[in-house]
Design a binder for this molecule. Structure first.
Ligand code: F6R
Length: 263
């Protein structure tokens, strides 16, 4: 795992955007795993701008989102289908037929979960999975005690997650208590992972997730098991990390980061 600290949330998000852009230029039909949430809004804003101003081409990209609420239709303004359309898809030249999210309205959730996994496999697997970090330590909606072998499935949300996300709903009680989410096993099969975390509210859980012991109580600790994982954070999220100086040194000195430095 490599951890990169950037001074602000804008700079952290811009670094992730440039990493995605580089992968996309190398493989125009990239299979990109996507997350939703407040953290990602900045990243998607930058990707939209890169499309408009630099002609970053998404025409062949395939995308798979981590999760969707159970019981919300795609046109519901609180659904992740809607979020993705609003924050990213309508701002880039992606073919909507190549964008996939689990169907939270499916009558048979088990079969929807199976078919979602099959679609990922048919596309050749996810090249880069983008992850956010929940205050409960989840990635996707893999709440505490999710098995590291888990696959896409329906999952009940913890009170912490409900408290985190219900502020997006005008009436908090309307927030669904269950979701369809890729499993930890599904996520770990991605060829590469990039976790983006910003802001003070993530500092404590971020330190546990990347420097603490691996435990299913904090499902984000599973990323420590991935062989190709990068964690990009801003200074606020980094305040509780023990090895901050080492991470700074890596970014300033490792050849991998040279092309990004000073921009
Ligand atoms: C949502 C998802 C979640 C979020 C996490 C952080 O698709 O995968 O794991 O990334 O809850 O959310 P924010 O960015 O709103 O703090």
């Amino acid at each position: 795992m490599q951890v990169v600290l950037r001074p602000t949330a804008d700079e952290a998000s811009s670094l992730v955007a440039r990493m995605i852009a580089k992968a996309l230029r190398a493989k125009p039909d990239l299979v990109l795993g996507l997350a939703t949430g407040t953290t990602m809004e900045r990243l998607y804003g930058i990707l939209g701008r890169m499309h408009r101003e630099e002609g970053l081409d998404f025409s062949l990209v395939r995308t798979f989102n981590l999760d969707e609420y159970i019981g919300l239709a795609a046109d519901d303004a609180h659904s992740y289908h809607y979020y993705m359309y609003n924050h990213l898809f309508r701002h880039i030249n992606i073919d909507r037929r190549n964008t996939f999210l689990p169907d939270g309205m499916a009558k048979d959730l088990k079969s929807e979960a199976r078919s979602y996994e099959e679609k990922i496999l048919r596309c050749g697997g996810i090249d880069i999975q983008i992850l956010g970090l929940g205050t409960v330590g989840h990635i996707g909606f893999n709440e505490p005690l999710s098995s590291f072998y888990s696959r896409t499935r329906d999952k009940s949300l913890t009170p912490t997650t409900v408290a985190q996300n219900s502020r997006m709903f005008e009436e908090p009680s309307l927030m669904p208590r269950r979701a369809l989410t890729m499993g930890i096993g599904t996520i770990l099969e991605s060829k590469a992972l990039i976790l983006l975390a910003t802001g003070k509210s993530k500092a404590e859980i971020l330190a546990k997730a990347i420097e603490g012991p691996v435990t299913s109580m904090i499902s984000a600790t599973a990323i420590q098991l991935h062989h190709d994982c990068r964690v990009i954070v801003d200074e606020e999220a980094a305040t509780s990390l023990q090895a901050r100086e080492y991470y700074r040194w890596i970014y300033e000195n490792e050849p991998e980061w040279e092309e990004y430095r000073g921009k």
